[in-house]
Structure formats: C-alpha cells, structure tokens
Write a new protein. Structure first.
Length: 323
C-alpha cells in the first residue's frame, strides 16, 4: 500500500490530562541529560559547599563572648569565606564586624550572618556550576529537535506549543533547582539542626521563602535565555558558544568599565554582567542590610530578558508548524 497524503492525522489513542502532557517532554529531557557523567559530577560538587558552610553556622552558634579562642576562629573563618579581599562590599564588612564584637546572638545579627552564607553559596559556588551545567544540558534540547525534525513527532500528538516549551523548561529547571534551591535549603536545615535550640527559627523563619525567591529569580531568566539560544540554531555548539559568550564577555566588559563608572552610572553599566546582576538581586532579597543601589534596574533587566526570550522562543517553535 503506497504511502500517500503525508501530514497530521487525528490522534485516536488515549489522551492524558491537559495539565500533565508537558511532563512527558520534561521526563524525556531529564532522562537524556542524566546520561551525562559530567552532569552527575557537577550535581555532586554543587552540594559540597552547603555542607562546609553548615560548619560555619555551627561555629557561629556555639561561639560565646567568654570563649576567646572560638570567637577568633569564627572571626577568621567568616572573614576568609565572606570577604577574603577585605573590600567590605555588599555588607560583608558588617558581617565580620558583628562576629568580632558579638557577646550574644541577637536575631538581626543571626539573620545577617546566615544570609551572608547563603549569598556566598549563590554568588561564588553555584554560578561556576550553573553556567557549565546549562552549557551541557540546554543547547541540544531544541536545536536537535529542529535538526532531526523531532518536533513533527511531538506535534503529531495532542501537544500544544506552550506545553512543549513548558516541558523543555521544566527539564532544565529541575537540574538548576537541584543546584540552587536544594543546597541552600540543605544549608538552612543544617543550621537549624546544629544550633543549640530551635529558638533560631524565630529570627530565620523567613529564609526558606527568601531562598525560594532567589532560586526562581536565577533559574527562570537563565532557563528562558538558554532555551531561546537553543531555538535559534540547528547546531547545538553555536547555542553553547552563545551562552558562554554572554557570561564571559559581560564580565570582561564590566571589568573594563569599572574605572569609568561613577555612582550615577554604576547601576546601569553593571547590567552588562549577568553575574553581577544576579549577585546583587540575591543580596537584596536575602537581607535588607545588603545595600544595593539601583536594584530596580536589575529587576527590570531580568524581566526583559525573560519576556523577550520567551517571545522569541515561542515564535521559533511555532515557525516550523506554519504553512
């Protein structure tokens, strides 16, 4: 029997719920990504800093003004971890000062110290894992579907373009949350567990909510931007190059512009570096004592990145289906 009338036909199989069809796409993406040994290694190293910082919280909670040795140890470790250059930027000077002069642990000081550790986790440890992790996972997700025409298989099922994009985004966000949200919550739980009593919750109860918000502020724009780059080409290596170029060139440009920055232009010019944008937004969310000038500019930038990336992504996914 000859093959004729190629095209889309009505699906006669059993249909899943409209609310869960995207999960099939997400499951496929997660399983394929997990085959990478490099990904599994990065997942492991993403959790190690949280365990190390848990020891810092233990030392802080056990320190007492009458214990001079413990006080000096906490002061030195906090200085090395939070402000190794001694610049005192973004409120880290106030953190080390409170450790030097503390004879007790008021709620505001505890909140600031715990927030500083969380900010260190988001600022120094996670970006160096998040950036290469996205470079491994995301570039093939959509570009390979375009090259192999796998989207014909996807859309021959009762799957909308929005569900397709949601499934791809969920497979990326799953791994990103595992290296941002989960280690930070692990650090918080370790801090509560290692504290002398549960009274620490009275001053740190809001940190899990702040951790969730910071994680979403980082994960959503990164997912949108990386998926857009993957949709712009059929060669995954080009998408990977574009992703790393945005981060590297942005940081180099920021470093070159620092001597020319004034207090009025600093918040605007700093937006060329996504690394510093995410760092400042995370500090602003975690604790009010981390003063960030021009935070509105960073928030608007992240909103524009997310909106424009999703718009381009939806248009690119829709293009092959238009006749």
């Amino acid at each position: 029997m000859p093959i004729h009338d190629p095209g889309y036909r009505e699906w006669n199989g059993k249909r899943g719920s409209l609310l869960t069809r995207w999960m099939v796409v997400a499951e496929i993406g997660i399983r394929r990504a997990w085959l990478s040994m490099w990904l599994r290694r990065m997942m492991f190293f993403a959790w190690v800093p949280a365990a190390m910082m848990g020891f810092m919280i233990f030392m802080y909670e056990q320190a007492d003004g009458r214990d001079e040795f413990t006080g000096r140890a906490v002061m030195g470790l906090s200085q090395l971890l939070l402000d190794p250059t001694g610049s005192g930027k973004n409120g880290f000077s106030s953190v080390t000062e409170l450790v030097q002069r503390r004879t007790e642990s008021p709620g505001s000081e505890r909140h600031l110290f715990w927030s500083a550790l969380l900010l260190t986790l988001f600022r120094r440890s996670q970006p160096f894992i998040l950036i290469p992790m996205i470079g491994v996972i995301v570039p093939p997700l959509i570009s390979q579907d375009f090259r192999s025409r796998a989207f014909l298989l996807y859309f021959s099922r009762p799957l909308t373009r929005g569900q397709y994009i949601l499934g791809k985004a969920a497979s990326v966000m799953f791994f990103l949350l595992m290296i941002t949200l989960v280690p930070a919550l692990l650090l918080f739980i370790m801090g509560v567990t290692l504290s002398p009593d549960l009274s620490v919750l009275s001053s740190t109860w809001d940190l899990p909510l702040r951790i969730l918000l910071v994680s979403l502020v980082i994960v959503v724009p990164c997912t949108s931007l990386s998926l857009m780059l993957s949709s712009l080409t059929t060669e995954s290596r080009y998408a990977s190059f574009g992703w790393f170029a945005i981060w590297i060139l942005g940081s180099l440009t920021y470093g070159a512009l620092i001597p020319m920055m004034s207090s009025e232009t600093h918040s605007v010019l700093q937006c060329v570096s996504l690394f510093h944008v995410f760092s400042d937004v995370a500090a602003w969310i975690l604790d009010k004592n981390f003063e960030v000038q021009g935070i509105e500019t960073r928030l608007i930038l992240l909103g524009l990145i997310t909106t424009l990336s999703l718009a381009v992504l939806y248009r690119r996914v829709s293009a092959p289906m238009q006749i």
